[in-house]
Structure formats: structure tokens, C-alpha cells
Design a protein around this ligand. Structure first.
Ligand code: GDP
Ligand code: MN
Length: 381
């Protein structure tokens, strides 16, 4: 789960990380009032679940309350990476001498929380990693001991020469690690971590992704979810207990089980196609789940063909077949569909589908190949 910058900042602050104060405005007038309260120059920042807000015009300095109002009005009308801006954070502006990057993520290769730091902060860290990898330093944390002071100092020396700043950064990294662990995060990031002309080290941006599996045991974090800031398709999928991840291709995949989803996506790629999504209807499907799954997939204009790949164990393939029939009766499909199902109640499922004018395949290779061909042809048409 993504949370907003202002929410991540609150968590970081509660662990002692130095961050300028700030508050949320949903109207230009509120932004003006906050700017008046803080006095001096403020920063007005779009609160959306996307990086690169600065480049998209979502982070602006305002020299006085009137300017804060005008800027807030503009930012509140923005769409950044398809996300509507509904709130802005207003915070006193800091003077910046340098910008660094500090982040901690779960690294699957080392199976550890891993720090990544770079003195080249403020910009996209992916870009730093690709173009100037020597400016990026990694350190995997041993979960038994946490981020040790000597390790944090070593990372700090990679960022700064001044030992005072190194110590300040080291402390911030240990606090960041504590926040990361306590929140069950999969990512916690400060970009930029700045130094001010008078030598202070401050976090000016905060990003955090909470592992969805933590939310049941951490209701106070679950409460941070802002559905209005999420893609409608993702909200719909979650409320229907579907696992849905949007991807960049054009073959809409509906499968049951994460392993089969992976195998299906691999095979789509193998046959030269690109999956448009990862949609898992899970183990015990009912027809309504299938109806919702089809609704989500068909609402995506980039989907040029739909591929069902169902292996019936606990999932009854006749349930899936009924779901497909119900959904397509309600809303006829605008793109071709390929259905492959095998397993529990397969004969019944095939009959239901054929009685309703669908073809059902049992071979996965054949089904995937056909779906890729149909998507490619539809794309060209
Ligand atoms: P992002 O683009 O979504 O990562 O948003 P950031 O919060 O990182 O802001 C982008 C850039 O705006 C930063 O890298 C800074 O250069 C600048 N910025 C943000 N806050 C301040 C501030 O308080 N003072 C100044 N002078 N610049 C700021
Ligand atoms: Mn940033």
C-alpha cells in the first residue's frame, strides 16, 4: 500500500527524523492560511502516489500567502501520472545546499532490508543507478542487529565529508530503519535528504510503501489508505478480493493462483506478447468474482484480447464459465476472448461455454498463442 508524503513524514517524525513542519490543504484558501501561519517562503506539494512530482509541476515555492493560494489552485487542478491532485502539503521552505538520496527496500536477492544511498539526490534514483552506478552505495542490514552505528557512519561518509553531517545522516538512517521495520514497510525513502547552508541535515521528502500483508495486524496503518488516490480498478479489485496489478502490455490475463499467473505471463512473453495485467481470482472463485474481474479488464482500453487461464482444483471451472456468461451478457465484449480451462467440472464448464457461443480450449500453449495473435491483430486494426 502506498501512503502519501505527509503520512510518511508523520511516521518518520515519530521516529525522530528531522523534517520541517507542515500541514494539508484541500483548497487554495487553506493553503493561503497555512502560508500565513508559517510566514516566509513555503513549498506547496501535490499529494499523489507518484514520484517525479517536481518535474510534473506538483512542487512549487511560494514567497507569500497570496502566491501560496495561486500556486495551490494550480496544483489542485493538476493530474500527475493519471492521478488527480486532491490535497497539497504546505511546508516552510528550507534553504538547500546539497541534496542526497537515502532509501531502504527489501532486496529479494540478499533477502534483507537493504540501504541505498547516493550523494546525487533529488533526481530519479533509477537514473543514478543506470548512468552513474559509482554514485550509489548499497548495504544489506542483518535483521538480528539492525543498522549498526558503524554501518550507518560508513553510509554517512559516502554522502558527506563533514563529520557532523555524517553523524546526523547516520542517526537519520538508523531512525529510518526503525520506521521501516516498525511499519512493515517494503520501501522507505528520503529523496532529497538535504543539507542547509548552516549545516543542518533535513528530510524534505518522504515515501513509504507498506506491505499489504501487514495491514491486518496494524489497523492504524491500514487507516492511512486513501482510496481516492488509488486507481479505481485497483480499489475495485481489492474490494472483490482479487489480486490485480496493471502492466504495460495488451493481453488481459485472468487466472487463478499466483503461480499460474506467473506461468501465464511468462508464456505470453514467450509467444511475443505483453501482458496488460496480473489478475488472480484466487482459489475459491465464485461467478461474481469473475464478473468483477472481466469488468476491470474490459475497462482498460489497452487490453486488445482477453485470456482466461483456469486450472480447476478448489476453483470450479463451471463457476468461472457461469461468470463469463453472466458478465458478457450484461456487457458484450469489444475485444476477442480466449478461454482455457481444465480441471474440476471441466465437462460442465465446456458445455456452458459452448451453449453460449464460446470456444473452450484445454491446452495452455495453444490458448496463449491464440490470445497473443488476436491481441496483435486487434492492435494493428
Ligand atoms: P518529487 O519530485 O515528487 O520527488 O518531490 P520532492 O519533494 O522531492 O521535491 C522535488 C524538488 O523540489 C526537491 O528535490 C527540491 O529540489 C525541491 N524542494 C522541495 N522542498 C524544498 C524546500 O523546502 N526548499 C527548496 N528550496 N526546494 C525544495
Ligand atoms: Mn522526492
Amino acid at each position: 500500500m502506498n501512503i502519501h508524503e505527509y503520512q510518511a513524514k508523520e511516521i518518520f517524525r515519530s521516529h525522530g527524523i528531522p523534517i520541517p513542519e507542515g500541514d494539508i490543504a484541500t483548497t487554495p484558501e487553506q493553503a493561503e492560511a497555512l502560508a500565513k501561519k508559517y510566514g516566509g517562503t513555503v513549498v506547496v506539494k501535490a499529494q499523489v502516489h507518484a514520484g517525479g512530482r517536481g518535474k510534473a509541476g506538483g512542487v512549487k515555492l511560494a514567497r507569500n500567502p497570496k502566491e501560496a493560494r495561486e500556486i495551490a489552485e494550480k496544483i489542485l487542478a493538476l493530474t500527475i501520472k493519471d492521478l488527480l491532485v486532491k490535497k497539497v502539503l504546505v511546508t516552510p521552505a528550507a534553504d538547500i545546499a546539497t541534496e542526497a538520496y537515502v532509501g531502504v527496500i527489501i532486496d529479494r536477492a540478499s533477502k534483507r532490508a537493504t540501504f541505498m544511498v547516493s550523494p546525487a539526490g533529488g533526481i530519479d534514483i533509477e537514473e543514478v543507478a543506470a548512468k552513474t552506478p559509482e554514485k550509489l552505495r548499497k548495504l544489506a542490514v542483518d535483521p538480528r542487529y539492525g543498522l549498526q552505528t558503524y554501518e550507518a557512519m560508513e553510509l554517512g561518509f559516502f554522502l558527506y565529508d563533514d563529520v557532523k553531517q555524517v553523524r546526523a545522516a547516520a542517526k537519520i538512517m538508523q531512525q529510518l530503519y526503525a520506521a521501516f521495520v516498525a511499519s512493515g514497510a517494503s520501501l522507505a525513502e528520503i529523496n532529497p535528504l538535504v543539507t542547509t547552508p548552516d549545516g543542518k541535515v533535513l528530510a524534505l521528502d518522504a515515501k513509504m510503501v507498506i506491505d499489504d500483508n501487514e495491514l491486518d495486524r496494524k489497523p492504524e496503518l491500514a487507516a492511512l489508505r486513501d482510496e481516492s488516490a488509488e486507481a479505481p480498478s485497483e480499489v475495485e479489485a481489492r474490494n472483490a478480493s482479487l489480486t490485480f496489478i496493471k502492466l504495460d502490455g495488451n493481453v488481459g490475463c485472468i487466472v487463478n493462483g499466483a503461480g499460474l499467473a506467473m506461468a501465464t505471463m511468462d508464456l505470453v512473453k514467450y509467444y511475443g506478447g505483453e501482458p496488460a495485467n496480473f489478475l488472480d481470482i484466487g482459489g475459491s472463485s465464485n461467478p461474481e468474482k469473475v464478473v468483477t474481474a472481466l469488468k476491470i479488464i474490459t475497462e482498460d482500453p489497452s487490453v486488445k484480447a482477453i485470456l482466461f487461464n483456469i486450472f480447476g482444483g478448489i476453483t470450479r471451472t463451471d463457476d468461472v464459465a457461469n461468470g463469463i456468461v453472466t458478465a458478457t451478457k450484461k456487457t458484450p465484449l469489444a475485444v476477442p476472448i480466449v478461454i482455457r480451462l481444465t480441471g474440476t467440472n471441466e465437462e460442465i464448464a465446456v458445455k456452458i461455454l459452448e451453449d453460449n457461443g464460446f470456444t473452450a480450449l484445454t491446452d495452455m500453449d495453444e490458448a496463449v498463442q491464440r490470445a497473443v495473435e488476436l491481441a496483435t491483430a486487434k492492435e494493428a486494426a
